[in-house]
Design a protein around this ligand. Sequence first.
Ligand SMILES: [Zn+2]
Length: 412
Amino acid sequence: MNPAPASVPPAVDHRDLGRDMGVFATSPLVGPGLPLWLPAGAAVRRELERLAEDVALADGCEPVYSPVLGKRSLFERSGHWAKFADDMFPPLDDGSGDPLVLRPANCPHHAQVYAAEPRSHRDLPLRYHELGAMFRSERSGVLSGLSRVRQINLDDTHVFCRPDQVAVEVRRALDAVLGVLRLLGLEIDHVRLSGRDGSGRWLGDPGRWADAEERLRRVVAGSGLPWAEGPGEAAFYGPKLDVQVHDARGQEETLATVQLDFNQPERFGLEYVADDGSRARPVMIHRGTVGSMERMVAFLLEQHAGRLPFWLAPVQVCVLPVEGADGRPVADALRARGLRVRLEAEGSLGNRVRLARGRRDALLAVVGPREAAAGQVAVQDPATGARSSLAVEDLVERAGLAARERRPRVSL
Ligand SMILES: [Zn+2]
């Protein structure tokens, strides 16, 4: 475990960055804790959603969709109602005697996806992936920017597997998280094995818990990563591995988790036919990579002080024509490669550069009459100070490659 960096850079609040960059807004008419994603924020979120989906598909997950509403009895059965009712919005009475509630988690729906068909040991593991919305009735006083919200959009996967498949699946989930953090330019501090403490708030059989904790311990100990025990940090239904990082203020934070769950399969009576023909219980593993879109964007903005990796930047190239030159051909060529481009033609160059820096545009491309005639652009990366005069096709090539390969920056 590394101590917090000795010289912590001055904290940059994601709410200020969000305003400068046009990431999100709130409206008193929509309500607190319900941010609106503006185009720049939506660009970042879409990239994160694509990444989450790419990683899930590469790991053999199958996309599913499920509704944000469910009967209260669904969450009574899962155990959420007993633990989280205070954090849930009031039930919507539909006259059935079993009102609808906005879900506090996606797991019970995915358990019902599993239960929709009979399963054999040969079918497992089954991995269901969804970018699903879930809801928290947080008091308005604690709501803040993107970090404390009432609707959480979560990159969420539930794996249903046999007990003998747990170690491989946990390892697969952990590797997926590490790969994603690398692409996001985030450094892991350590993995926390979050188990029970002496309190009685844990759901299910203590022997099962001890067994599940031991399985996770073996995976994390064999991973070569720094790790630590976290007694009392488990989810109420099972132990988990938490991937810990330091935020921009030097505070330890959990950015992703892999959770083992023996309880929901039990409570929902989930089964598969074992190879000897008997009925057996699958294990449920809750995993995510990018996790909550809101929290991840808030975290990334603060961690990178708004200078996101190139592939995530809301504006990847800001084209600045000067002295009557036409910036459109350059902007069009970049857009045709799928890059996010802003053509900033009005006002003094100094002012336009200031605006572009304030928005944290990744690259600035100045086009004057001489450059335009020669098919060239003068490119600079404000984050590194690197400058280069490039042929337009060369810039398109380099920037296109950096975006496609999810690189932190374009080599100039
Ligand atoms: Zn879950």
